[in-house]
Design a protein around this ligand. Structure first.
Ligand code: SAH
Length: 297
């Protein structure tokens, strides 16, 4: 594997800048909207099938961020299983995000059916903890939304969490689609941009190929999404720079990348493989894909 050029630092090493960039990304994209569409239109039927008639469900959210999306899923679950109580393990290493999630929960009056367990740790620390404690309870629903970029071995992570599913349990993975602008950008600039200590540049294309190679069945859904990256092309624009950091996952990309790399990435970002230009706006293809796995047979 190629090392990242030594002058470039990964954005994930600076949580405060990461969270700022992520916030601008959410404002400039239909990221959460396309997830909400999926959660309200497709997920309810999937959630209806979990639980096997039990009065209590176990859920794990991995890389939950501030929990906005998690709470929408919980509310759909509650509609399908109104009598059921829920144990919800939140696995999230950023304590800033855990705090944001706790604030969100405290503002929602109708969550009495859920008991939250806060785990300020990474997915692999949670795995160690689960194994060390020899926990044998089975889990009904696990989700990992836009987080597999941050683990060293996505396949092993998927395998571990899938092994926790009980009867009728489901594992939901959402990542950028292999056909998105992200996929194209990463195929071109993987060596320069992607942090080799984590998987970083993984797409649902990669996940589906390892599932296919193991003959494992899954369901998948396309989630069309866009991101307005126009500001990235105005040099010195503060939001543009934050977005550029998010797109490249490099801390302070504009000021630390070589002029050639910067020019190449900017050209790629507005290339028709990644974006469409209309009305003076550059709209990046942010399509996501959801994959649903069942309990291991
Ligand atoms: N699921 C949320 C947040 C996605 S951002 C949403 O879709 O809005 C990715 C999240 O993964 C961040 O909150 C980040 O702190 C978290 N994360 C980073 N490394 C992680 C790891 N190793 N294990 C679990 N979560 C991780």
């Amino acid at each position: 594997m190629c090392a990242m050029a030594s002058s470039l630092r990964s954005l994930v090493n600076d949580d405060s800048r990461y969270q700022k960039s992520f916030q601008i990304f959410l404002e400039r994209s239909s990221e959460h909207q396309c997830m909400r569409d999926f959660i309200h239109n497709k997920l309810p039927d999937i959630l209806a099938s979990i639980g096997d008639g039990k009065s209590h469900l176990n859920i794990i959210g991995v890389g939950s961020g501030a929990g906005e999306i998690d709470l929408e899923m919980l509310s759909e679950l509650h509609k399908k299983h109104p009598e059921v109580t829920v144990d919800n393990e939140v696995v999230e290493p950023s304590c800033q995000q855990i705090n944001n999630y706790k604030v969100l929960v405290s503002q929602k009056p109708d969550l009495d059916y859920v008991k939250f367990h806060w785990n300020t740790m990474t997915a692999s620390e949670f795995e160690e903890h689960w194994k060390a404690e020899k926990i044998t309870k089975k889990v009904d629903f696990i989700h990992m939304i836009q987080m597999l970029y941050y683990v060293k071995d996505p396949e092993a992570t998927v395998r571990f969490f899938q092994s926790l599913l009980g009867k009728n349990g489901k594992l939901l993975i959402i990542l950028v689609s292999g056909e998105s602008g992200w996929g194209k950008l990463w195929r071109t600039y993987k060596t320069e941009l992607c942090n080799p200590e984590i998987s970083q540049c993984v797409t649902t294309g990669d996940i589906k190929s390892f599932l296919d190679s193991k003959g494992m069945s899954y369901q998948s859904y396309e989630l069309p999404s866009q991101m307005d990256i126009t500001e990235c092309f105005t040099e010195g624009d503060e939001k543009g720079e934050l977005l550029l950091d998010f797109l490249t996952e490099v801390l302070d990309f504009s000021n630390t990348a070589s002029p050639e790399l910067r020019a190449g990435v900017l050209e790629m970002l507005r290339h028709p493989d990644c974006s469409v230009e209309s009305n003076g706006k550059v709209i990046f293809n942010n399509n996501l894909e959801a994959i649903i796995l069942d309990q291991l047979s």
